[in-house]
Design a protein around this ligand. Sequence first.
Ligand SMILES: NC(=O)c1ccc[n+]([C@@H]2O[C@H](COP(=O)([O-])OP(=O)(O)OC[C@H]3O[C@@H](n4cnc5c(N)ncnc54)[C@H](OP(=O)(O)O)[C@@H]3O)[C@@H](O)[C@H]2O)c1
Ligand SMILES: [Zn+2]
Length: 337
Amino acid sequence: MAKMKSVQVAKAGGAFEIAARDVPEPGTGEVRVKVEACGLCHGDSLVKDGHWPGIQYPRTLGHEIAGTVDAIGAGPTIWKKAQRVGLGWAGGHCGLCAACRRGAFMACRDARITGIHFDGGYGEYVIAAGVALAALPDEISFAEAAPILCAGVTTFNALRHTSARAGDLVAVQGIGGLGHMGVQFARKMGFKTVAISRGADKEALARELGAHVYLDDSKGTAAAELQKMGGARVILATAPHSPSISALVDGLGLDGELMVVSGAPTPMQVSPLQLIPGRRTIRGWASGTAADSEDALNFCALTGIRPRVEAFPREQAARAYERMMSNNARFRAVLVG
Ligand SMILES: NC(=O)c1ccc[n+]([C@@H]2O[C@H](COP(=O)([O-])OP(=O)(O)OC[C@H]3O[C@@H](n4cnc5c(N)ncnc54)[C@H](OP(=O)(O)O)[C@@H]3O)[C@@H](O)[C@H]2O)c1
Ligand SMILES: [Zn+2]
């Protein structure tokens, strides 16, 4: 049987190792994708460190996948060999339950998450459910498309499901993989866009990405600064750090929404009295369906939004991961080839 190179972890907390694995065969309704690029997402740490229940190891990580259709399993399909496609976190779901029929795939009890329930894009090939694939627009390269399949669709979809309207004050906290896409989307969606980071390092880049205002929250002053501007209609929280998210509640204006996409594993702390007078809400959002990914990709093609990527060969996955986890990547590390 043909073999492929795969970067896997053998156990929770284990190091990355390069393994020779069988090239998998697609089953009914499935497609084999040759991976051309795969982004590294902070969410991968949930798998690497064993924070997600029920993961079976060894596991090949990676859920920001761009590539080409390489083989097609039995059954009806819309995909053609060699077509450029993408696969995100939503790797498959039952399609029948109430959650699925409302597009809330993560609430499906049979949700299959790419790189968690089955092997992901740190390997040379992945098996994808045909319904989970998104078509890539021609004008977006594989390396740029990959981060749009998670960092992009998550921030795009979260923002477009808020109550913010053109001209509203929208802040994005944490200028990393998700946040640098969030800033670009907020700007192109017509919001007065605030980037919230720590220190001055990212100010020039955040302004290049479209931020009208840059706030250095290293001393925890961002909420007060937002209030001076009238209070935010929406704060999109991406930092994997619950205390700094909690502290932003006081930056919301009347009917303001704290939209949490960060996957921080510890509790947030908020008093009801911070919510009641200003009718503020806190909500979460999980990336999106394949159709949402296509919307995000097409919006990027339309507006010129692109992720800023650092490319690494697959063999250097450990180095690429370290750059992300140490907050040095500008802004998304991507495995290519
Ligand atoms: N909801 C979903 O569907 C979904 C999808 C993908 C990822 N996620 C989650 O989203 C989060 C961000 O992922 P990512 O890939 O964007 O990560 P990332 O590239 O590492 O960026 C995270 C950013 O958060 C800020 N940050 C990091 N540590 C912090 C701390 N201790 N206090 C305050 N800010 C801190 C940093 O920005 P500054 O340097 O600007 O402060 C950093 O660049 C993760 O928790 C991930 O699991 C959720
Ligand atoms: Zn992700």
